[in-house]
Design a protein around this ligand. Structure first.
Ligand code: HEM
Length: 132
């Protein structure tokens, strides 16, 4: 029977000596595979202890790549064992991302506006002090 892996256990296997990867709520032991990974070891190590699903899917791994997974399967991830929302790579609930996006966009508008306002103030000051 497949094992249930907790967040705590996942976080214990984050080095090349023992490395677990979390993909689609399943946990894989990639320790033996890491040196053979065509994408290199660093990209997988960067996802250690977190949810690698989005990184894995963004690459568009082939069916051959996916066929390697069952051999490395340890078990399913216990979602109740940690705050899944803290996970990098997991989709935000609908709405949140647009709110965040808008806030970031507003922030960057301010970044343009602030120097322009200062420049305007400087020229206004020059104009008025020059004519006095
Ligand atoms: C543990 C599960 C993984 C397996 C079995 C796996 C397997 C493979 C395989 C077989 C390839 C060759 C291309 C293909 O067939 O799609 C590949 C490429 C690649 N993988 Fe993974 N991979 C895994 C996880 C990851 C993760 C978590 C990342 C993180 C970003 C990643 C990043 C890449 C990249 C960037 C390439 C492209 C390399 C290139 O074309 O230069 N892989 N992977």
């Amino acid at each position: 029977m497949a094992k249930v892996v907790t967040l705590e256990e996942l976080k214990k296997h984050t080095s090349k000596d023992s490395l677990y990867v979390l993909l689609h709520e399943k946990v894989y032991d990639v320790t033996k595979f890491i040196d053979e990974h065509p994408g290199g070891d660093e990209v997988i190590l960067a996802e250690a202890g977190t949810d690698a699903t989005e990184a894995f899917e963004d690459v568009g791994h082939s069916d051959e790549a996916r066929a390697l997974l069952p051999d490395m399967l340890i078990g399913t991830f216990d979602k109740s064992s940690g705050d899944i929302k803290m996970y990098k790579g997991l989709k935000q609930p609908a709405g949140t991302s647009t709110t965040v996006h808008a806030a970031v966009e507003q922030g960057s508008n301010m970044m343009y506006f602030a120097p322009l306002a200062l420049l305007g103030a400087y020229f206004a000051w020059r104009y008025y002090s020059g004519s006095a």
